[in-house]
Design a protein around this ligand. Structure first.
Ligand SMILES: C[S@@+](CC[C@H](N)C(=O)[O-])C[C@H]1O[C@@H](n2cnc3c(N)ncnc32)[C@H](O)[C@@H]1O
Length: 197
């Protein structure tokens, strides 16, 4: 019997990075949303999910059922320092609006949104301010942190912004940047583990 502590919906799920972490911490995924066929097939295979759990294109989702936590790895091309930096003039930038629309409509207890660190670049100051303002208008108290997954046990330098918000202000006030782990995992450590199995 699973010990479910909270439910979540996994938007822009990819192959399930959020899903894996949250499932390991007592989360039950109610639905996911993805449009890439290879990612959908991998996700269903990895987590033994029926294809019906995929809500499909986020721009076509009108509402979400009740859940505790909303996650979204919003596509990052629009903000990437390496990209054209089109921001909200680019269709993909509009996906932020769709994400916050669903947050506002479904009002989960909390959310985690992930994006490339380019979003905190001075050039994107207005875009980040706009996103944070819309989150506030939706009734959430949010903080954001720039974290490198390498500092938290992942054998890869992956620097991302995480915007974390709560409906209840006291949880937002308690939220703080997680302390980096003393021990880092290197790719060689993992490959050695596989080789030994
Ligand atoms: C940055 S990746 C997320 C990666 C994910 N966090 C993971 O662990 O694999 C963004 C994902 O959003 C998906 N996507 C793009 N537009 C979408 C849309 N309109 N509706 C749903 N998913 C979309 C892409 O196919 C891509 O897999």
């Amino acid at each position: 019997m699973k010990n479910v502590k909270f439910t979540f919906i996994d938007l822009f799920s990819g192959i399930g990075g959020f899903r894996m972490a949250l499932a390991n911490n007592g989360g039950e995924c109610l639905y996911f949303s993805e449009i890439n066929t290879d990612a959908i097939n991998t996700y269903c295979e990895n987590f033994h999910e029926p294809i019906e759990k995929n809500l499909g294109d986020i721009t076509k989702i009108k509402s979400l059922p009740p859940h505790n936590l909303l996650t979204a790895g919003v596509p990052c091309q629009s903000w990437s320092i390496a990209g054209k930096n089109l921001g909200f003039d680019d269709d993909r930038g509009q996906l932020w609006n769709d994400t916050i629309f669903l947050l506002n409509q479904s009002k989960p207890d909390a959310f985690i949104f992930e994006n490339v660190k380019g979003l905190v670049d001075p050039r994107n100051k207005k875009a980040l301010a706009y996103i944070l303002e819309r989150i506030k208008e939706a009734g959430y108290f949010a903080n954001y942190y720039v974290l490198n997954s390498f500092d938290y046990g992942v054998p890869k330098n992956r620097v991302r912004i995480y915007i974390i918000g709560f409906k209840d202000k006291k949880f937002a006030e308690l939220s703080k940047k997680p302390k980096p782990l003393d021990e880092k995992v290197k790719l060689a450590d993992i490959l050695t583990d596989f080789a030994e199995k």
